[in-house]
Design a protein around this ligand. Structure first.
Ligand code: SF4
Length: 321
């Protein structure tokens, strides 16, 4: 089966000014990342804040331009498409944003917010678009009789349902969910995750699901990518990653989020010992070595290659050698 999306050696760098302001520095938000997404799968992307996962999500949708590399969608390189072709493709690739409180224009009615992509893409007559808005509101569990209300008249969970309706209005096939439940209470998170799963089955959707919360990623994903300082350090099918993870950083993530104990999960503890180093000036060799209890001499000098440690299971660590 051909992948729906192929990401090849993708880099997204930013030039930023140093604190002193006298020289430019390079922030490597996404650094030489390659992976495929198969149709119908839910690829979870997990890592601490600042690891580059949100930049990755936006770059694979070409909401950011790349620095280097390729993103093939259905075999076509997204970055070689002209404006008109990209606008057409946007119907198929959509994003659900983290914060339903700020991603919805507070001055627009719900009907206008959900209908905007339909109108931009001339999806039908005003009457037909009105029918589509009501259908999608029903699907995400918002009564269409509230379509003339404004975002502030809804709860956080309802606002995220409206955000999902807006993303799904054009019937896409691939959706990036960027921290889509992070701003919600745990009980509401479960409802939104279940809604996303129901919609995936009904509409044959493929998701890239980005979150810092390992429990959320474990709940919804079929395969999981772990990122650290702009790089993929481990990737495997969900059950394989949960039961047989090999990378010390993944181990630290699992130790910090005991998934079966919701009380411990809620503890706001630092997820791994020590602070995340700056992506502007990452440590030489394996970027995790200053925090890694297993670091050896080679770890401080050479970056470990991403190697297959079991079928479909890749890990970047010198301990695999
Ligand atoms: Fe730790 Fe070395 Fe493996 Fe990096 S390569 S995770 S420092 S053991």
């Amino acid at each position: 089966m051909k992948p729906l999306m192929e990401v090849k050696n993708l880099k997204k760098y930013y030039q930023i000014s140093s604190r002193e302001g006298n020289k430019k520095q390079t922030l490597k938000a996404v650094d030489d990342v390659s992976f495929n997404i198969m149709k119908g799968e839910i690829l979870g992307v997990v890592g601490e804040s600042g690891c580059g996962k949100s930049t990755l999500g936006k770059t694979v949708l070409r909401l950011h331009e790349k620095t280097e590399g390729e993103v093939l969608y259905g075999g076509r390189d997204l970055f070689s498409l002209h404006h008109k072709e990209m606008t057409e493709l946007r119907k198929s690739i959509q994003m659900v944003f983290q914060d339903p409180f700020s991603s919805l224009n507070p001055r627009k009615k719900v009907s206008s917010l959900i209908g905007q992509p339909l109108r931009i893409h001339n999806a039908g007559s005003p009457g037909e678009i009105n029918g589509m808005i009501e259908d999608i509101m029903n699907e995400v569990g918002i009564n269409p009789m509230y379509k003339n209300r404004f975002p502030h008249q809804f709860s956080g969970g309802q606002r995220q349902r409206i955000g999902i309706a807006r993303a799904l209005a054009l019937n896409p096939e691939f959706v990036v969910c960027d921290e889509a439940v992070s701003a919600l209470d745990v009980s509401v998170q479960a409802q939104i995750l279940n809604l996303l799963q129901d919609l995936r089955e009904k509409h044959d959707l493929t998701y890239m699901f980005i979150a810092h919360d390992l429990a959320v990623v474990e709940y919804i994903s079929t395969r999981i990518v772990v990122m650290y300082l702009g790089k993929i350090i481990e990737v495997a099918e969900k059950d394989e990653l949960v039961n047989n993870h090999t990378h010390p950083y993944t181990k630290a993530l699992f130790n910090a989020f005991p998934l079966t104990d919701p009380h411990k999960r809620a503890e706001k503890k630092k997820i791994v010992m020590g602070d995340v180093p700056s992506p502007v000036n990452p440590p030489a060799g394996c970027h995790f070595h200053p925090r890694c209890p297993y670091a050896k001499a080679v770890c401080k000098e050479q970056y470990p290659p991403l190697k297959e440690v079991a079928p479909g299971h890749m890990s970047a660590c010198w301990l695999n050698e």
